[in-house]
Design a binder for this molecule. Structure first.
Ligand code: 8IG
Length: 291
């Protein structure tokens, strides 16, 4: 059978203006974007809207300062629809940042993870809010485990594709969203113009919150994975569905279970992020500056 998508059943083309159509989560995202516009003085479309959104994952927290000048910091608790975060070290604010060219970006200090509420709709709210706020592209960052021995802690890796092993989706009903080239080849090229040595790999999202067993890590490797984590794939699906161009970049914070002979700890993850912080912050700022 040929792997060709029938246009008649493809309701969502890969590129369209953000947040078109009806979806249960879109209404609340529009409300959150309106509240964000009030809090930041931004428009919801056009040159004074937030044209890019960035989601900071584990290890990426230091990047916000280098991306641009923070003009407003809004706790997500003041915006409709954001679940209260439950991860130590995660910062539940969204910043309105002025980029060097005068345009505006939204920088989310944390994300909602699937494992927090077992609700992919809660995960999707961040990127849907970004789309409703006028963003055209979203930069998804995360900390992850590595299945590639050469990619040790502190290595940034471009996400080329993903395997969604959560069994979940932020989509509801017959929403046939194309995920070919989900992770924008255009923006990956821009990233490599900032750092030509950036490797790229396939990110595997497990549901979490437990880390993998060594057997699950071997399985992830056998089916084509390079990185393991607990985020990003669901966010990316929701972002594409919302009409955003998606870019994903991981920071390896640990060798995946069974690769290093050491048990995994959250402290190790936090420390690897601290050590790599200055370098990956500069990298991220460089990429965003060229978008
Ligand atoms: I940071 O090794 C971080 N997040 N599933 N496995 C999974 N998630 C992670 C890991 C890891 N490291």
């Amino acid at each position: 059978m040929a792997l060709v998508t029938d246009p008649a059943t493809t309701t969502v083309p890969p590129s369209r203006s953000p947040l078109q159509g009806d979806h249960p989560g879109f209404t609340e995202a529009r409300e959150a974007a309106a509240a964000l516009a009030r809090a930041t003085g931004a428009a919801l479309e056009g040159p004074d809207s937030h044209r890019i959104a960035v989601v900071l994952g584990s290890g990426w927290g230091g990047a916000a300062e280098l991306i641009g000048e923070t003009e407003h910091t809004v706790p997500t608790s003041e915006l409709p629809g954001f679940a209260a975060p439950s991860v130590p070290g995660h910062n539940p604010t969204v910043r309105s940042v002025r980029l060097a060219d005068g345009s505006r970006a939204l920088v989310f200090g944390s994300r909602t993870h699937y494992y927090e509420h077992r609700d992919a709709g809660a995960v999707a709210h961040t990127v849907r809010t970004a789309a409703a706020a006028g963003a055209r592209a979203v930069v998804l960052t995360n900390g992850c485990g590595s299945l590639v021995p050469e990619w040790g802690p502190g290595t940034p890796v471009l996400i080329a594709d993903h395997l969604n092993l959560t069994g979940a989706t932020p989509l509801v009903g017959a929403e046939f969203v194309d995920l070919t080239d989900l992770y924008s080849p255009r923006i990956r090229e821009i990233a490599r113009s900032v750092d030509p040595d950036l490797p790229e790999g396939v990110y595997v999202q497990f549901p979490g919150p437990q880390y993998e067993t060594p057997a699950e890590v071997r399985y992830a490797k056998a089916i084509g994975g390079d990185l393991v984590g607990m985020s990003t794939a669901l966010d990316a699906i929701a972002a594409r569905h919302a009409g955003l161009e998606v870019f994903g970049i991981s920071l390896v914070t640990n060798a995946a279970a069974g690769f290093s002979g050491e048990p995994l700890s959250h402290d190790e993850v936090v420390q690897a992020g601290r050590d790599a912080g200055p370098r990956i912050s500069a990298l991220l700022a460089g990429i965003i500056g060229r978008l």
